[in-house]
Design a protein around this ligand. Sequence first.
Ligand code: HEM
Length: 436
Amino acid sequence: MDTLALSRLQFAVTAMFHFLFVPLTLGLGWLTAWFESRYAFGGDEKYLPIARFWGKLFLINFALGVTTGITMEFQFGMNWAEYAKYVGDIFGAPLAIEALAAFFLESTFIGVWVFGWDRISKKAHAGAMWVVAFATNMSALWILLANGWMQRPVGYILRNGRAEMVDFLALLTNPYGWLEFFHTVFAGWVIAGFFVMGVSAWHLLRRNQEEAFKKSFGAGAVFALASSLLLAWVGDLSGVNAAKNQPAKLAAMEAHWVTQKSAPMTLLALPRLNGEGNYFEALKVPYGLSLLAFHSPSAEVTGLNDIAPQDRPPVLPVFLSFRAMVALGGLFILLSAAGAWLWRKDRLAEFPLYLKLMVFAIPLPYIAIQLGWLVTELGRQPWAVYGLMRTAEGVSRTLTLRQVWSSLGGFVLFYSALGVVDVWLLAKYARKGMEA
Ligand code: HEM
């Protein structure tokens, strides 16, 4: 492996680790704020231990998410110096706003929430968690507007070999970034809904604090159902957006090789490992791909054969990740709809098998979210900044193999340890149940 491949591997490892810790907080903040509001504004005392319980799990996850986020930005300077020079003028603003307006807001109000229990009114305390939840999601917005610029550069000019921002509003209103934002936060909300359902199911199977965990399960199920439906809807819009802005990514997602009007959707296919055509194709849905990609049955969909080989993303991993993500998305709708229905009918206890399944389903949305990022980032290759800068051009020139091996090894060890601590702490406090 050369320094480019290793640096890519390191960025992928750190980004994927980071995204194991972050997404739960995107949704668990809203759910905690909701539980606490039922107590603070609705006057229902039973919700106080519920809010404390989920709030504690939120805090554990938040602390570990911060640690893994900071190192990502260091890599821009260390491994990706050429890239950092190229995009620094663009990325500076959104990343600074993220730190100042969203992350500081979130951290400050987390402090208020942790230390404010007996110091401020219960309504102000619940309000603090709403601010935390809002700020956590806003953090994602600024990062994804920056990522959206890499997917679809807007509002810039090229001067002295680097991109300079000339229109901040264009970056702010870039539809690519907004679609990524909504798709990602809804995915995070699904993770939180499944987490709350899974942990509650574990307690319901043991008949621990049944009333409180039934309430938690219900909120988790309704939240997960609404979020998975929104996620699928935005996912569909993201497909149309990719078809318009990154035809090679869309073609790789669908293993679509021949440019065609009224293109059918191939349900079963397997792209060749060498990146030329498919081993086999079966079960074609007439007009399906044109409808999916452009919402029009007669639209022309560009095939990979019309994209120069050096401009194509790696087809097999993009194709497989996309299929698996969408299949999981469908499964989440079914599982959360079943949960919401059983909860509404108060029949959860009659279906222990379903409850067991929901405990084992906790990791599934985590897998889906990683697959989603693989589609987006591998699908953008070979570009770091779509159409402007190739990934290979962004790597630091003075980097040595030994340096990257040692930092990658360090990251893997450190993050694995953090991961173990995170899961161990979450499991420990999740099993403990609520304080009386
Ligand atoms: C239900 C059907 C789904 C559809 C149609 C769908 C569609 C898409 C598409 C087209 C992309 C690539 C966007 C681009 O790079 O231009 C994407 C990316 C992504 N997906 Fe999905 N997706 C679905 C389900 C899910 C699920 C269940 C999750 C996770 C729980 C998920 C998480 C992600 C993430 C995190 C990304 C990367 C961020 C982004 O580009 O928006 N998706 N999805």
